[in-house]
Design a binder for this molecule. Sequence first.
Ligand SMILES: Nc1ncnc2c1ncn2[C@@H]1O[C@H](COP(=O)(O)OP(=O)(O)OP(=O)(O)O)[C@@H](O)[C@H]1O
Length: 225
Amino acid sequence: MIEFKSVSKVYQQGQIALQNINFKISSGEFVYLTGHSGAGKTSLMQLIAVIERASIGQVLFNGKDITDISLKEIPYLRRRIGMIFQDHHLMLNRTVAENVALPLLIRDFDEDEAYELVKQTLEKVGLQNKEEFYPLSLSTGEQQRVGIARAVVARPDVILADEPTGNLDKGLSQDILALFELLNRDGTTVVMASHDTDLLSTSPHRTLVLNHGHLVYDGEFNNIQ
Ligand SMILES: Nc1ncnc2c1ncn2[C@@H]1O[C@H](COP(=O)(O)OP(=O)(O)OP(=O)(O)O)[C@@H](O)[C@H]1O
């Protein structure tokens, strides 16, 4: 479902973020992306969501070459992707339910259908009783789960999670990881960038390791030297 063919990314100021990256992720996989700060993890994710474009090579999504897709096509691609970041950017003057409903309302979902999906998704992330709460009255872990609910409410094919547990303690990080695994069991492909190898070791999956923009490992987490 995601394929990089000899992809390099050089930013305008000359910083080389990715060099000759090749890999394939199949539908339904759970893949970790790890490596030191500045290794290129965020850049790689941004190429999948076409937040940035590859300088060389090709990026394929569901078999389609998205390297040079037009600006008009980008919203259709992003509908297939649920993006989760360390900072979830919730709208503080909107309730939990309103925050989660936002991607559906933008897409002109019928209000009843949207409400049903919001309800189901909040149940899945364990926030069924918090629909009418405002983000600031929730704990950090709960806020992150609202961000996850918002990213997955429209049933994306793939979750791109960039350091989703970056500011959470160990227990909460494990809860978030368990939640991704639950979504993955329902068929959603998950790509999760993290440098927290202690966390990843608790639940090993295929792992891509970046080092100064090079893909230096692609295999089982437990076999990383
Ligand atoms: N918008 C940008 N403009 C210029 N250079 C950038 C930009 N984004 C990233 N870089 C550079 O590209 C390289 C890879 O950065 P990237 O953010 O992808 O790494 P990362 O592995 O996600 O790091 P971290 O774990 O610290 O978030 C770094 O040298 C960074 O300075």
